[in-house]
Every structure is written in structure tokens, then in C-alpha cells.
Design a protein around this ligand. Sequence first.
Ligand SMILES: [Zn+2]
Ligand SMILES: [Zn+2]
Length: 365
Amino acid sequence: MSSTVQQTNPSANPIVSTMKALVFRGTGQIRIEEVPMPKPGPGEAVIHVTLTTICGTDLHILKGEYPVKPGLTIGHEPVGVIHELGVGVKGYQVGDRVLVGAITPCGQCSFCLSGHWSQCGGPIGGWKFGNTINGAQAEYLLVPHAQANMAKIPDELRDEQVVLLADIASTGISAAESADLQIGDTVAVFAQGPIGLCATAGAKLKGASLIIAVESDPVRMEMAKSMGADVVINHLKMDAIAEIRRLTGGEGVDVAIEALGTQATFESALRVLRAGGTLSSLGVYSGKLSVPVEPFAAGLGDQKIITTLCPGGKERMRRLMELVRHGKLDLTPLLTHTFSLDEITKAYKLFGERRDGVIKIAIKA
Ligand SMILES: [Zn+2]
Ligand SMILES: [Zn+2]
């Protein structure tokens, strides 16, 4: 909980409340620090974070692969209780339980008003928490554009049932939505990490006839089946491309989902795609990504290659929570471990090393 410390400088605000937060101090350096409590300005809110998690993207930040400013609190998957409301935030009360998406669009800029909420203000601009503003791995979190971004959690849902909707489930499920997956389509999903597993669930929700998951980790292979995969191919033990072609009568799949962010998986996804099919890419790539000409049919194959950043905003969160509430989606098996905020650096180590069958870690503030 928050504590109160007396400042020594009498000219400054004499009393500053502080809280615990995980602060990024540079490549390889994160630690729990006492930082000032946020205060909500007009249109903003502060929530007391009750549950959050660690994302693969946070590992990229820690390794210096995705640049954020040292001094920033990271994390972007918040479930909490409203602690304080800024002026002008209507329809909420202090004490309301809310889910806030990893992506917090303003709802007013040209990108938002063109339907590209995640690109609010410009490329990747919808992603603010733990990227351009302080994030969720803290006791309290300032929510920008609060009116557009706080989704009330139905009483019957526990925090653990909804926390993964903030990012990985919203992102994973979006692969099939962005691909405009049709009932009866065949789908291949490359990699069954947290996002790939949610992409598998999304393909099932959208009515795929055959879902083929590609993964070599035994825990994730098993989890893929429970999330909706009909066939799981271990690409280290067999030629995944040949097997997917065989399973689809030689034609290839209607939709190939890339859920890792490597040249190899991107290329494999292209190689199993039927003429006219859609490659739906979720991975975060680094370096250079190239398109081999032969599976691209020299540019004449009528394939689509689409990318999706996590969809956010309160209406997205509400819809996803309804799927959970009505028993269509259960993400709790993915939460394999629980740590307190105080122990979060240990959780990072476990998550980063992928030890102990870890998929996602619940962090209780
Ligand atoms: Zn994330
Ligand atoms: Zn916007």
C-alpha cells in the first residue's frame, strides 16, 4: 500500500505519497522502487492495481531490444480498483473494479477516428503504458483517456479470469479477426507461446474447421490442444510445412498465423499459405524481414499479409469479458505461476528463462 514521507525541502509540496513500482533503469536493470503516487488530471483516473502480469514485450525492453526511457515504470496489463477520478470522467465511482487494455486510445485523433485505435496519434501510439508513460507493474496506475479505457468488470468474474484480456488474448484473438477468418477455414498457427495459444483460441472462436498448431515445447504443445488446436506439429521432429500441406490436401491453409516474430516462422507461414490466403502476423520482429519470392508466387499469388497491434479500448475489453462470462473462453490455465509485486524481479527471471513450464505469471500488487 502507499506510504507517506516527509520531504526535506519546505518550499516543495510538504507531503508526497509514494508507492512501490518496478522501474526500468537501463538494459538488464529493473528494480522495485518507491516512486511518487500519480494524481489524475482532467479526463484521467488512478487505479489501485490488484493484478497484472509480465509480457514478452517487457522482456524485450529489459534486454534493450525495444527502447524505453530509463526511469519508466513498465508493464501494460492492469486489473484494478478505481482509487481516484479526475475531473470530467463520468459514469464511474471510486471502488469500481476495472480492466484497462494495454492499448489506451484517445478516441479523438485522426487515427482513432479512422478506426485504427491502436495507432492512436501515430505508429504504435495506442501503446502508452510502460512505453511512453508509466506502466502497470506498480501499486497504482494513472489511466489516460479514462472514459474510453476503463471497462467495468462483471461481479461474477475474478481478476485472474480477465487479466490476460488486456493484452495477449486481445492480440492473439485479433489474428483471426484481422484475417477475416471465415467459418470452415483451415488455419495454421506458428508458435504456441502465450500469444500463439490465444491465436489458437481465436481461430476456434471464429469457426475454423481445422486448426494446426506448430510448437516443440511439450507443455505448450499440450496447452495448444486445450485452447482448440486439432493437430499439434512438433517442427523439430517432422517437416511442418510438408505435414500442413498434406493435411490440407496439398493446397495449404486459408489463414496462416505467425505468433513469434522470426524470419523462419514468417517464411514458414508464407510457405503453407494457399493461393489467395492470408498471412496474419502478430510477432514483433527485429533486424530485417524478407519475403522469399517463390512462396509469394512472384508477387502474383493474391495473398494478403496483415499485421495487428493489440486492439484496446473499453468496448474491446467489455466484449472479451463477455466471452469469458458466458463460458466461451477460459484463459486461467495459462496463468501457471503467481508472485507478489515485491518478488517481481524473480518472476521476470523465471519468465525469461522459460523454466518450470511457465506460460504467464500473475503478479499481485
Ligand atoms: Zn504485451
Ligand atoms: Zn487517438
